[in-house]
Design a binder for this molecule. Structure first.
Ligand code: ADP
Length: 329
């Protein structure tokens, strides 16, 4: 059976990008014959400036949204990364196989380090080593597939490299995983800055659709989305018309259509935006409704996470023990 692992960092409120790029694929995976684990990767939120109370709140809220999005704890394992010590145990071993140069090349490291420096904050060492911890997250479960958005592809490639290197040097220990990306929605862009991805920790929230935004707020954000000037009305061209292409991508991801074909149905931006707003509101409606019920019963979410951590530990421990043995400890 295919083993699937993926996670989301509780560094902010979950966005439409997280849903279309990751969560929605997770829900689909849970219904295929597979053995899936999904994790709130809270240790990753410590790699940049953070507030402890907010982190605790967001960890619970993200987990609640996993359930609200349709993940069923009877079909998959839901847990919090820091509840399972195997992640950090394995991370150290992998740090001893990765190189400094390899990690400095990571695009996300370069972007986030530049941001921290610009804000006058030190660059935490964990920001550099974060992809190694992510590799440990995946390898500890012998995952075959990692459903992620486009921005995580490079980190999954590194995970593969580390797994292959460890196996060659110390004997076969790890399953070499592969990233699986959605065909549409793999890279949802910021509505106000369509050259940047829609990220949950972005400061300018006007271009970010959060999963728990009220329908009126979603509509307002979409109607105010930046569109491109240019001749020829509504055309799909990611390079020269990124704003419109993003709206068409979102519409395609919500309705199941093809963005280029959808463009042919519009002569102006106004009607396109109205349809995008409606499609997003409808897509997220069931999630919002389920979230309201779940948020009223936090004890149930805690129970799911406790049981999930036990199941996760039972899978990861023998894999990590094997790695310790193989490396000579
Ligand atoms: P963020 O970048 O919003 O902080 P994470 O790094 O926690 O999100 O990523 C969680 C998952 O959501 C990953 O699989 C990532 O690829 C996906 N993801 C994040 N942002 C987007 C986006 N704008 N479009 C598509 N997928 C995304």
């Amino acid at each position: 059976m295919t083993r699937i692992f993926s996670g989301i960092t509780p560094s902010g409120h979950l966005t439409l990008g997280n849903y279309l790029g990751a969560l929605r694929q997770w829900v689909a995976a849970e219904h295929s014959p597979s053995d899936a684990l999904f994790c709130v990767v809270d240790l990753h939120a410590l790699t940049v400036e953070h507030d402890p109370a907010r982190l605790r709140r967001l960890t619970r809220q993200n987990a609640t949204l996993f359930l609200a999005a349709g993940l069923d704890p009877r079909r998959c394992t839901l847990f919090v990364q820091s509840h399972v010590a195997e992640h950090t145990r394995l991370s150290y071993l992998l740090e001893c196989t990765a190189t400094d140069g390899e990690l400095r090349r990571m695009i996300q490291y370069r972007e986030k380090a530049a941001k921290a420096e610009a804000a006058g904050q030190g660059v935490r060492l964990s920001l550099l080593t974060y992809p190694v911890l992510m590799a440990a997250d995946i390898l500890a479960y012998a995952a075959d597939e990692v459903p992620v958005g486009e921005d995580q592809r490079q980190h999954v490639e590194l995970t593969r490299d580390l797994a292959v290197r460890f196996n060659q040097r110390y004997g076969h220990t790890f399953t070499v995983p592969k990233a699986t990306l959605p065909t549409v929605g793999a890279r949802v862009m910021d509505l106000q800055d369509p050259t940047s991805k829609m990220g949950k920790s972005s400061e300018n929230t006007a271009g970010i659709v959060y999963l728990l935004d009220e329908p009126a707020v979603i509509t307002k954000k979409v109607m105010r989305a930046v569109t491109d000037s240019g001749e020829g009305g509504v055309v799909y061209d990611r390079a020269t018309r990124p704003g419109v292409a993003n709206l068409l991508d979102v519409l395609a991801a919500c309705t199941g259509g093809d963005p280029e074909k959808l463009a042919e149905g519009y002569a102006q931006y106004g009607p396109l935006k109205r349809d995008v707003a409606e499609a997003v509101v409808e897509l997220l409606r069931p999630l919002r409704e389920r979230h309201a019920g779940l948020a009223a019963d936090p004890g149930e979410v805690e129970r799911v996470l406790r049981e999930g951590a036990e199941r996760a530990r039972a899978i990861a421990r023998p894999v990590v023990d094997r790695a310790y043995e193989a490396i000579g400890l």
